[in-house]
Design a protein around this ligand. Structure first.
Ligand SMILES: Cc1cc2nc3c(=O)[nH]c(=O)nc-3n(C[C@H](O)[C@H](O)[C@H](O)COP(=O)(O)OP(=O)(O)OC[C@H]3O[C@@H](n4cnc5c(N)ncnc54)[C@H](O)[C@@H]3O)c2cc1C
Length: 433
């Protein structure tokens, strides 16, 4: 009989691995979770907005107990140029009452709390241990090799939740080497302010209420980038993520890009006078649907960032990680019932994700990376036109309104041409079908 130390080995204690281990431990499965950090969250970076629903399905009313910063009542999207921002967004009381929609969090606090729940549910957590390679026998993954002396561990199934670089998925040939056009590098600063400053600057009255701002547009000069500002209890998180290839092509380093964002006239008043508490950097897999690899092989499943499950358009990653961890765990339970851990059986994991919003959303946007590569001006010229048109409409200069609207229409024609505009609209419609 084959050696077996555990039913399941989970590699990585981020949201994906912790969710998988929680479901398994709750079902009485003998599961170990191996984390390279000093504690879960120690090495993890997020903007970070955590969505309630996937977590609440796992641990009902978790938000009453978990270390969260603020629940988000307003989400703004700013189109930026050098001197203006055009604001869109939603502020709603629907998100200002239980069970809430999403929260700002610090991963170092949240992951640590989540891991405690996982251990209480019955999983074994080993920190400060690096998984160095999968153990494969007769074509099947049967365990992992760790950097500990005599650190080989065997199990029916290994779940890789080892993040964006996923050494495990790569060494099994499921994932190719990460390329600079499919990954963003993000830098983030936590800037300390007092509670009143955060409330006043972001227009909330209660210290539990929070605001998010996402920033994009011609300000980034054609670099595919998205910046963000999120309110915490007594700080704001400000960061920017940009596709690595674009940074290279524009000879821009990520830190300079963050400094540029911080000095924007609309941004500066929000952070002015604050002191930098932390500076962090991390990669985000932004390749979209076509970069998602096959998610299973004999005795092995891959979840979360390791599986490239990030919807960068909607700033969703942690929720996809949680959903995929849960789906992998449920697939294991089915496999256990059938006593079959083969590739055929574990393929149900990918089927589950295809049926859920996880892969449906990524599939919906599957052509967006290619579209933005081909028509980079969609990120600059159209947003610039919107900013200019709004500034024109709101400038009271004695020009009659019909004349202003005619001017805007003429401007639209001269900048894009009606035929090109129609072509772009058609292309966008076709790519999103
Ligand atoms: C700057 C930034 C901002 C973001 N903002 C948001 C946001 O606001 N909202 C959102 O939903 N998503 C956001 N994301 C995405 C989100 O953080 C990820 O999608 C999510 O963390 C993925 O979870 P995961 O468990 O798959 O991976 P991770 O959180 O990366 O966890 C992987 C874990 O595996 C461990 N590990 C790795 N290799 C090994 C090994 N060999 N052995 C042992 N342990 C190992 C790591 O230490 C880590 O704990 C952001 C990401 C970044 C970088």
């Amino acid at each position: 009989m084959r050696k077996k130390d555990f039913d399941v080995i989970v590699v990585g204690a981020g949201p994906a691995g912790l969710s998988a281990a929680y479901v398994l431990a709750k079902a009485g499965v003998n599961v170990i979770i191996i984390e390279r950090g000093k504690f879960p969250g120690a090495k993890n970076v997020m903007g970070g907005i955590l969505y309630r629903k996937p977590m609440d399905d796992l641990i009902p009313e978790f938000y009453k107990e978990a270390p969260l910063e603020r629940h988000i009542i307003e989400q703004r999207m700013w189109l930026l140029d050098e001197e203006s921002h055009f604001n869109m967004g939603i502020r709603t009381q629907k998100h200002n009452k239980e069970p809430y929609n999403c929260f700002s969090v610090f991963r170092a606090h949240f992951d640590k709390w989540f891991a405690k729940k996982v251990v209480e549910a019955g999983a074994l957590l080993i920190n400060e241990t690096v998984v160095v390679e999968p153990i494969v026998e007769e074509g099947k993954v049967v365990g992992v090799r760790t950097d500990r002396p005599e650190g080989d561990l065997y199990a029916d199934v290994v779940i890789a939740a080892d993040g964006v670089q996923s050494f495990l998925a790569r060494s099994l040939g499921l994932r190719k080497k990460i390329t600079p056009e499919k990954v963003a590098v993000a830098t983030k600063e936590i800037i300390g302010l007092n509670e009143k400053e955060v409330n006043d600057r972001f227009g909330v009255v209660d210290p539990s209420e929070g605001v998010t701002i996402e920033l994009t547009g011609p300000f980034f000069e054609g670099i595919e980038a998205m910046a963000w500002i999120y309110t915490n209890k007594t700080s704001v998180s400000i960061g920017v993520g940009a596709i690595i290839k674009d940074l290279i092509d524009h000879h821009m380093n990520p830190n300079d890009l963050l400094e540029k964002v911080k000095s924007h006239p609309s941004v500066l008043p929000l952070i002015e006078g604050g002191d930098t508490k932390e500076y962090l950097a991390h990669m985000i897999p932004e390749g979209g649907y076509y970069s998602v690899p096959k998610l299973y092989t004999d005795g092995f499943m891959v979840c979360g960032d390791a599986a490239m499950l990030v919807d960068s358009i909607h700033r969703e990653g942690s929720n996809l990680a949680i959903e995929s961890g849960k789906a992998a765990a449920k697939t294991y339970l089915e496999a256990k019932d059938a006593n079959d851990f083969s590739e055929r059986m574990l393929s149900r994991y990918q089927d589950k994700l295809e049926e859920m919003y996880v892969l449906k959303d990524l599939k919906f946007y599957k052509n967006v990376p290619e579209l933005l590569e081909e028509k980079r001006y969609l990120l600059t010229d159209y947003p610039q036109f919107i900013i200019d048109a709004m500034a024109e409409i709101y400038t009271v200069d004695g020009t009659p309104k019909p004349e202003k609207f005619r001017k805007i229409k003429d401007e639209l024609k001269s900048r894009f041409g009606y035929i090109n505009l129609a072509k772009d609209m058609f292309t966008i419609w076709r790519k999103l079908r």
